[in-house]
Design a protein around this ligand. Structure first.
Ligand code: HSE
Length: 411
């Protein structure tokens, strides 16, 4: 028998307990040993819960119990999750988590700590919820030099954009709907400002490129400035707007990493990832393009990935599976101002088209029903962000320029 302790009995934690119980026999077969939840740590009162006898309030009980093999951290956030994780690893217990903020911030240190103590720190559920992506990247694609990783990494924003596109809802109305359905939190900043997607691309970048990438070093833009006008112009260009997290290797071995709304041609597979679904594309130098798709959030999809980690941890109780990634002060990040992309630009002002041509040269103009006489939108030639900023500055002297967006072009 192997024993797990679940920290935090929220949506994911309760899903983990449910999956471990519902699939008990099947999990025992797959793991080669039965797995039971011995403790649930939560400071709240669950005396009426069917699992009331498993609850403890003090993590020290778990820490001191030699029978506990695996600690499941589903508290979220940095504290006290960081402290509990370090204490569990130091006690030689493997830790599995869905906590992307903790992995993105302290992952290198926690992986090193796991190695020092001959146990494991697993985080399959931290990116893409139930989608298998961490293990495929570390194991199945281990023979590749990864050249690019990109994805729709946040279900809430994908739902909002999708409702703007298919339902004609404004950003604010789509956000309210997402909150009513329980997809978006009451404080939706982490999702709509792109921070959640940023943490996830940091984790994928560290795995793919071997060096810790800190969230505050990644240029991050959310979807709050996207309007129905943008949606209509994108449609005219046979494109949809998606929030993408991207990391791309440069020729000198650095990486560009950023998060932002993109216009995605409908011919790209990822343009069809709708609602709360997530998708990750990984490009390897041997395999070419691979694509992973599924539910990026939710109780049971996330628990599916967490419990798979629990099984893996139970099968590897005396060795560390992953070497982790480097945590050096020298950043692996290239200056994202040098990244070259075509841009979507929406502008209003007098003689707007000639002003756009003066600033950008040749562009492809888009159209939309109900466009005002003084507005236009276009797709520029490929240019660096630095060049774009210079041209926008010139154009802004005579016109209003709305937030430009990159146009996805996979070569
Ligand atoms: N808020 C996240 C999302 C949850 O919407 O994708 C899963 O990380």
């Amino acid at each position: 028998m192997k024993y797990a302790a679940v920290l935090g009995y929220g949506t994911v934690g309760s899903g983990v307990v449910e999956v471990i119980e519902t699939n008990f026999d099947l999990i025992a077969k797959n793991a080669g040993d039965a797995i039971k939840v011995k403790y649930i740590v939560d400071i709240r009162d669950f005396s009426n819960d069917p699992h009331a006898d498993l609850f403890v309030k003090d993590f020290a009980t778990v820490e001191a119990d030699p029978e506990v093999n695996v600690v499941v951290e589903t508290i979220g956030g940095i504290n006290p999750a960081y402290d509990f994780t370090k204490r569990a690893l130091k006690a030689g217990k493997s830790v599995v988590t869905s906590n992307k903020e903790l992995v993105a911030t302290h992952g290198a240190e926690l992986l090193a700590l796991a190695k020092e103590n001959s146990c494991n720190y697993f985080f399959e559920a931290s990116v893409g919820g139930g989608i298998p992506i961490i293990r495929p990247l570390c194991q199945c694609l281990a023979a590749n030099r990864v050249d690019e990783v990109l994805g729709i990494l946040n279900g809430t924003t994908n739902y909002i954009l999708n409702r703007m596109i298919t339902g004609g809802l404004t950003f604010e109305a789509a956000l309210s709907e997402a909150q009513e359905k329980g997809y978006a939190e009451r404080n939706p900043a982490a999702d709509v400002e792109g921070h959640d997607a940023c943490r996830k691309i940091c984790i994928l970048s560290a795995l793919a490129f071997g060096r810790h990438v800190y969230p505050d070093a990644v240029v991050t833009e959310g979807i709050t400035k996207v309007t129905l006008e943008d949606v209509a112009y994108a449609e005219n260009g046979d494109m949809v707007i998606k929030l993408l997290g991207r990391a791309k290797r440069t020729e000198d071995g650095k990486i560009y990493a950023f998060v932002g709304p993109h216009l995605v041609p409908k011919s790209e597979l990822i343009s069809n990832v709708n609602g709360v679904f997530n998708s990750v594309m990984v490009r390897g130098n041997a395999v070419g393009d691979t694509m992973f798709y599924g539910r990026g959030a939710g109780k049971l999809p996330t628990a599916s990935a967490v419990v798979a980690d629990v099984i893996d941890a139970c099968q590897h109780t005396d060795c560390t599976k992953y070497a982790g990634w480097e945590d050096t002060t020298e950043s692996i990040l290239a200056d994202s101002n040098d990244f070259v992309s075509a841009y979507y630009v929406r502008v209003s002002g007098e003689s707007v088209r000639s002003a756009v041509n003066n600033a950008f040269g040749e562009v492809s103009f888009l159209s939309r029903d109900g466009a005002k006489a003084d507005e236009c939108a276009c797709i520029t030639a490929p240019m660096s962000k630095r060049e774009l900023d210079e041209k926008v500055k010139i154009l802004s002297e005579s016109c209003v320029v709305y937030a430009p967006m990159k146009v996805l072009a996979l070569d």
